[in-house]
Unconditional design. Structure first.
Length: 151
Protein backbone atom coordinates (compact mmCIF):
# COMPACT_ATOMS: atom_id res chain seq x y z
CA UNK A 1 0.00 0.00 0.00
CA UNK A 2 1.39 3.36 -0.97
CA UNK A 3 1.82 5.78 1.88
CA UNK A 4 -0.18 8.94 1.82
CA UNK A 5 1.62 11.79 0.16
CA UNK A 6 0.53 15.30 0.88
CA UNK A 7 2.16 18.11 -0.99
CA UNK A 8 1.40 21.59 0.21
CA UNK A 9 2.91 24.92 -0.58
CA UNK A 10 2.29 27.61 1.99
CA UNK A 11 2.76 31.18 0.96
CA UNK A 12 3.22 33.97 3.47
CA UNK A 13 2.59 36.68 0.91
CA UNK A 14 -0.90 37.61 -0.26
CA UNK A 15 -1.98 36.87 -3.81
CA UNK A 16 -1.42 39.51 -6.49
CA UNK A 17 -5.01 39.25 -7.63
CA UNK A 18 -8.30 40.20 -6.06
CA UNK A 19 -10.25 37.58 -8.03
CA UNK A 20 -11.33 34.77 -5.60
CA UNK A 21 -11.40 32.26 -8.48
CA UNK A 22 -7.64 32.74 -8.95
CA UNK A 23 -7.05 32.08 -5.23
CA UNK A 24 -8.84 28.73 -5.55
CA UNK A 25 -6.40 27.72 -8.31
CA UNK A 26 -3.50 28.23 -5.88
CA UNK A 27 -4.72 25.61 -3.41
CA UNK A 28 -2.14 23.00 -2.36
CA UNK A 29 -1.87 19.87 -4.50
CA UNK A 30 -2.99 16.82 -2.54
CA UNK A 31 -2.44 13.19 -3.46
CA UNK A 32 -4.36 10.83 -1.18
CA UNK A 33 -4.51 7.07 -1.05
CA UNK A 34 -7.90 5.59 -2.00
CA UNK A 35 -9.69 3.17 0.29
CA UNK A 36 -9.91 -0.24 -1.44
CA UNK A 37 -13.54 -1.31 -2.06
CA UNK A 38 -13.39 -4.54 -0.01
CA UNK A 39 -11.87 -2.66 2.92
CA UNK A 40 -14.56 0.00 2.64
CA UNK A 41 -17.33 -2.60 2.64
CA UNK A 42 -15.84 -4.36 5.68
CA UNK A 43 -15.50 -1.09 7.58
CA UNK A 44 -19.07 -0.06 6.74
CA UNK A 45 -20.31 -3.36 8.19
CA UNK A 46 -18.17 -2.87 11.30
CA UNK A 47 -19.45 0.66 11.86
CA UNK A 48 -23.04 -0.51 11.38
CA UNK A 49 -22.46 -3.09 14.11
CA UNK A 50 -20.86 -0.52 16.40
CA UNK A 51 -23.59 2.06 15.77
CA UNK A 52 -25.85 0.29 18.25
CA UNK A 53 -25.40 1.27 21.91
CA UNK A 54 -26.19 -2.22 23.23
CA UNK A 55 -23.53 -3.84 21.04
CA UNK A 56 -21.00 -1.20 22.07
CA UNK A 57 -21.78 -1.84 25.71
CA UNK A 58 -21.41 -5.61 25.20
CA UNK A 59 -17.96 -5.09 23.69
CA UNK A 60 -17.05 -2.66 26.46
CA UNK A 61 -17.98 -5.24 29.11
CA UNK A 62 -16.09 -7.99 27.26
CA UNK A 63 -12.99 -5.79 27.09
CA UNK A 64 -13.09 -5.47 30.88
CA UNK A 65 -13.84 -9.12 31.62
CA UNK A 66 -12.24 -11.76 29.44
CA UNK A 67 -15.41 -13.85 29.24
CA UNK A 68 -19.05 -13.32 30.26
CA UNK A 69 -22.13 -15.53 30.07
CA UNK A 70 -25.43 -14.40 28.58
CA UNK A 71 -27.22 -14.13 31.95
CA UNK A 72 -24.52 -11.78 33.30
CA UNK A 73 -24.71 -9.64 30.16
CA UNK A 74 -28.51 -9.47 30.50
CA UNK A 75 -28.11 -8.23 34.08
CA UNK A 76 -25.42 -5.69 33.16
CA UNK A 77 -27.42 -4.39 30.18
CA UNK A 78 -30.77 -4.60 31.99
CA UNK A 79 -32.26 -6.25 28.90
CA UNK A 80 -34.09 -9.50 28.19
CA UNK A 81 -32.25 -12.65 27.16
CA UNK A 82 -33.73 -12.69 23.62
CA UNK A 83 -32.68 -9.06 23.04
CA UNK A 84 -29.12 -9.65 24.27
CA UNK A 85 -28.85 -12.93 22.34
CA UNK A 86 -29.85 -11.09 19.14
CA UNK A 87 -26.99 -8.59 19.58
CA UNK A 88 -24.54 -11.35 20.50
CA UNK A 89 -25.51 -13.28 17.35
CA UNK A 90 -24.78 -10.25 15.14
CA UNK A 91 -21.36 -9.76 16.76
CA UNK A 92 -20.63 -13.49 16.50
CA UNK A 93 -21.57 -13.71 12.80
CA UNK A 94 -19.24 -10.76 12.12
CA UNK A 95 -16.45 -12.69 13.84
CA UNK A 96 -15.88 -10.06 16.53
CA UNK A 97 -16.84 -12.38 19.39
CA UNK A 98 -16.91 -16.15 19.89
CA UNK A 99 -19.03 -18.40 22.06
CA UNK A 100 -17.97 -21.24 24.34
CA UNK A 101 -20.63 -23.54 25.76
CA UNK A 102 -20.23 -24.87 29.29
CA UNK A 103 -23.18 -26.98 30.41
CA UNK A 104 -26.31 -24.85 30.04
CA UNK A 105 -24.41 -21.57 29.72
CA UNK A 106 -22.91 -19.78 26.74
CA UNK A 107 -19.81 -17.72 27.48
CA UNK A 108 -18.71 -15.00 25.08
CA UNK A 109 -15.31 -13.43 24.50
CA UNK A 110 -13.75 -11.02 22.01
CA UNK A 111 -11.70 -12.45 19.13
CA UNK A 112 -8.50 -10.37 19.43
CA UNK A 113 -7.19 -11.13 15.92
CA UNK A 114 -10.47 -10.06 14.30
CA UNK A 115 -10.53 -6.84 16.33
CA UNK A 116 -6.90 -6.21 15.35
CA UNK A 117 -7.82 -6.83 11.69
CA UNK A 118 -10.48 -4.08 11.83
CA UNK A 119 -8.05 -1.66 13.48
CA UNK A 120 -5.42 -2.47 10.86
CA UNK A 121 -7.96 -1.74 8.10
CA UNK A 122 -9.13 1.48 9.72
CA UNK A 123 -5.64 2.81 10.34
CA UNK A 124 -4.07 1.17 7.25
CA UNK A 125 -1.10 -0.02 9.31
CA UNK A 126 1.81 -1.61 7.45
CA UNK A 127 5.05 -3.10 8.73
CA UNK A 128 4.31 -2.16 12.34
CA UNK A 129 4.50 1.56 11.62
CA UNK A 130 2.10 3.58 13.79
CA UNK A 131 -0.64 5.47 12.00
CA UNK A 132 -2.35 8.58 13.27
CA UNK A 133 -5.74 10.02 12.44
CA UNK A 134 -6.58 13.55 13.56
CA UNK A 135 -10.24 14.40 14.12
CA UNK A 136 -10.65 17.96 15.33
CA UNK A 137 -8.71 18.10 18.63
CA UNK A 138 -8.39 14.32 19.06
CA UNK A 139 -5.41 12.34 17.79
CA UNK A 140 -5.97 8.60 17.41
CA UNK A 141 -2.79 6.55 17.20
CA UNK A 142 -2.53 2.83 16.54
CA UNK A 143 0.52 0.59 16.28
CA UNK A 144 0.05 -3.00 15.09
CA UNK A 145 2.58 -4.55 17.48
CA UNK A 146 0.53 -3.64 20.54
CA UNK A 147 3.19 -1.30 21.89
CA UNK A 148 2.23 2.34 22.48
CA UNK A 149 3.14 4.45 19.47
CA UNK A 150 5.80 7.10 19.97
CA UNK A 151 4.49 10.63 20.22
Amino acid sequence: MVTTVIKAVLQDTPSNTDDPRDAADESPAVSLERLPEPTGRDLVQLFKLLSDETRLRILYFLMQQEELNVRTLCDLLEQSQPAVSHHLALLRVAGIIECRRDGKHNFYHIVPKRFQHFLDMLFAVEDGQPRRIRIENALLTYAHDGKPAAE
